[in-house]
Design a protein around this ligand. Sequence first.
Ligand code: NI
Length: 177
Amino acid sequence: MPILRQIAQLGQPVLRAVAEKIARPDDPAVQSLIEDMLVTVADANGVGIAAPQVFESLSLFIVAPYPNSRYPHAPAMEPAAMINPEIVWASDEMEKGWEGCLSIPGLRGLVPRHKSIAVRYLDRKGELREAEYEGFLARVFQHEFDHVQGVVFIDRLENTRELMTEKEYLRSVQSHA
Ligand code: NI
């Protein structure tokens, strides 16, 4: 049975470490970690979660966008585990968008990201996948990819004035919906 994992909060050293690549995706410990991360991200209304956020310094994350109370305008996608992810190409064009993070509760920041990216990763069966993402999905991938490098979204702000409390952010989204 999958279990809800505790989520590491900003200040925990695991969030600042470069995660290790996974040698054996079919290792039962990796498979049960994926199951735990799937239930943990759903329980927390997240659109993604990286292994370091559950205290496992491994190059693995879940991308799981769907519209919810924290991200009312997210697209829906079947949750996917991405192992040893790489960004193989990124557009010069950047786009700013609001992000939050389960490890930094209560804050949203306006983060510049590549508008489009091409990526490579192993799926949970260990098969090589290649994909291109743009917009929100590209943003989620880049946010989670940062986590396995020890980077969090507030590191990428151009200006700390582009931070808001989550409460004010959700209020502004609702008033413009
Ligand atoms: Ni995050």
